[in-house]
Design a protein around this ligand. Structure first.
Ligand SMILES: Cc1cc2nc3c(=O)[nH]c(=O)nc-3n(C[C@H](O)[C@H](O)[C@H](O)COP(=O)(O)OP(=O)(O)OC[C@H]3O[C@@H](n4cnc5c(N)ncnc54)[C@H](O)[C@@H]3O)c2cc1C
Length: 338
């Protein structure tokens, strides 16, 4: 997302950029996403939800997102919904395939299966695809399955640090979803997400109820806490009340790790009807390279998207929004137009 936005904007500003795309197709994780590009409606809410994020970067995303969305629409990207469906947030849902095609066309020169050692803008999408970096910084109790494109493996982070860049806060944080603890395909990233932890009772393998307090609306706090449990696993236990919600019942029914209460490795509380064994699928890292408001990592080097850390630290905010806003800013900075 970020690299295509940067190139499309740079071309409109009169430059002739090239996008080096390591993967076999364009669009990265954006193409696999639900493609809701959003911000918190209220600034104070953003600060409350992501309290340890860099306030200057957050302010930039918050103030420039609406303009960025209008720009995508002006390029001809197809909007699927003009609302996010969440009263706390504003933004639009795009068609990911249509958005990718629009941006590829506007970017012009997109070289698939190619990379470069001398980029001006880093936009490689984070380090979730690299086991070593994930172990070093996020430290899950066991390996997490990838819920993202397979090519984002920390290349931007490594190159940025080698060129004198610094690391942001929140390197141990990630965004993801608890998924059935089983293999899944790209097509199942969204439908198999077990997004009902708030109505479940959550236990680890040892039968301990480990999550204290209320689960956040994004459930990202619960997902990250799950990664630190034995085997990076948890059990979601559901009673009749929880299963009354048809969306919850449907997600449970789709989970291959659905289990009868009697088969659990611990004694469940009375009233448990069914349990699901879950494990985080990691979508993108939240920590990364430190940038300033101009997207600068080091002299002559800029970054955008999930290669940049410290924006949604302490919580969760739209990765697509940050990629869009800082992708355009990185292009302006690299061309000295900011
Ligand atoms: C199932 C799913 C649902 C999601 N839903 C939403 C949503 O509704 N709203 C939202 O805001 N976010 C959502 N996201 C997250 C969103 O997709 C990411 O935050 C966003 O794509 C990050 O943008 P990016 O440009 O940093 O990374 P990407 O879009 O992943 O792009 C990074 C690109 O860099 C390429 N690359 C990696 N290394 C190299 C290299 N060395 N050289 C060249 N190219 C390289 C990769 O192949 C990839 O194409 C979702 C993600 C998933 C997987």
């Amino acid at each position: 997302m970020a690299g295509l936005c940067a190139a499309a904007h740079a071309r409109a500003l009169g430059a002739t950029p090239a996008v080096y795309e390591k993967g076999t197709r364009a669009g990265g994780s954006m193409l696999l996403s639900s493609c809701v590009i959003w911000r918190f409606r209220d600034w104070d809410d953003f600060r409350r939800e992501c309290p340890t994020g860099d306030e200057r970067l957050q302010r930039t995303v918050w103030e420039r997102l609406d303009d960025g969305i209008s720009w995508l629409e002006s390029l001809g990207a197809t909007v699927v919904a003009h609302e996010t469906g969440n009263p706390r947030t504003v933004g639009k849902r795009f068609d990911p395939r249509g958005l990718t095609e629009t941006l590829v066309q506007a970017a012009g020169d997109v070289r698939l299966g190619a990379t470069t050692e001398d980029p001006v803008i880093l936009a490689t999408g984070g380090f979730q695809g690299d086991r070593e970096l994930v172990d070093e910084h996020i430290r899950p109790d066991a390996e997490l399955r990838l819920r993202a494109n397979p090519w984002s493996a920390g290349d931007g982070l490594r190159l940025g640090v080698a060129r004198g860049g610094e690391l942001s806060a929140g390197l141990d944080e990630f965004y993801g979803r608890n998924m059935p603890d089983d293999d899944f395909t790209e097509e199942q990233f969204v439908p198999l997400a077990q997004l009902y932890g708030r109505v479940a009772r959550v236990f680890n393998e040892r039968g301990e109820e480990f999550f204290e307090g209320e689960v956040s609306w994004s459930e990202n706090d619960l997902v990250q806490a799950t990664a630190r449990q034995p085997g990076a696993r948890a059990w979601y236990l559901l009673d009749d009340e929880a299963l009354k919600d048809p969306d919850v019942a449907q997600r449970v029914a789709r989970a291959s790790t659905r289990t009868e209460p009697a088969e659990l490795p611990f004694t469940p509380p009375n009233g448990t009807r069914v349990a699901v064994r879950v494990k985080p699928g990691i979508t993108h890292t939240i920590g990364g390279l430190r940038i300033d408001e101009r997207g600068r990592v080091a002299e002559g080097l800029y970054a955008a998207g999930a290669d940049v850390g410290g924006i949604s630290t302490g919580g969760y905010a739209s990765g697509l929004a940050a990629a869009l806003v800082f992708g355009r800013i990185a292009a302006e900075s690299a061309l000295d137009r900011l």
